[in-house]
Design a protein around this ligand. Structure first.
Ligand code: TZP
Ligand code: MG
Length: 226
């Protein structure tokens, strides 16, 4: 368990099915870490438990090498088995309180939020961070909730005022629109995102190091001069 503050700036959510032909998953993960990914979530929706465990273990070893925390999507058992830094949960997954009671102290728990009500509940339930969106359309996941856009995301963030809960935006975030996402949020609500969660703009790139580098550079520049 890493016991240090989490940097949410560039949050990579994995998506092995999006890897370019011939690109090795672990190589891609390592390159993205070299490019400046600051937090990793292992997301496997159709993988057998045994295979998921193996991927999570291998991914953790690489994340540790770069001192970057690793979270597991949905699967508390996998998170516990590999000694991950926490979990990311959806609205229909394990409740935060139950996950918290089973995970080691200081574990990070994130919650996907699509509405202001979701955010309020996540805060009440003790989430460490919320993933807010879908900001824009995405091909990566079948998203059933309405696109919230930058303005809708800002409304969600307002529900975090007075709390220490962090926020990352998700869905459709790319090199070409990340600044709009970050700036738009502050200018409509005065509230800053802590980072952005990205799948395809990094994973589907033939050069994930460069893809991460250029995203990270924008997020860092924004954070130092919002
Ligand atoms: N949760 C909501 S949208 C999404 C997830 C995991 C996928 C976002 O992927 P991309 O490729 O960054 O749009
Ligand atoms: Mg889930």
């Amino acid at each position: 368990m890493l016991r240090r503050s989490i940097d949410y700036s560039l949050y990579l959510v994995t998506g092995r099915d999006l890897l370019p032909n011939g690109k090795d998953y672990l190589e891609s993960l390592e390159e993205s870490l070299q490019g400046g990914v600051s937090l990793v979530q292992i997301r496997e929706k159709t993988t057998d438990t045994g295979e998921f465990l193996k991927i999570a273990q291998q991914s953790k070893a690489i994340c540790r090498k770069y001192n970057v925390p690793i979270l597991i999507n949905d699967r508390l058992d996998i998170a516990l088995a590999i000694g991950a830094d926490g979990v990311h949960l959806g609205q229909t997954d394990m409740p935060i309180a139950v996950a918290r009671s089973m995970l080691p102290p200081n574990s990070i728990i994130g919650m996907t939020c699509n509405t202001v009500e979701h955010v309020r509940k996540a805060v009440q339930d003790g989430a460490d961070y919320v993933g807010v969106g879908p900001v824009w359309t995405t091909q990566t996941k079948k998203v059933t909730s309405p696109i919230v856009g930058v303005r809708g995301m800002g409304e969600m963030l307002k529900a975090l005022d007075g709390t220490n809960v962090k926020a990352v935006a998700i869905a459709g975030i790319k090199f070409t629109n990340v600044l709009h996402c970050l700036h738009g949020c502050v200018s409509t609500t005065g509230r800053s995102l802590d980072g952005v969660a990205v799948v395809s703009d990094i994973v589907a790139s033939p050069d994930p190091r460069l893809a991460a580098q250029r995203l990270a550079a924008i997020v860092q520049a924004f954070k130092s001069n919002p």
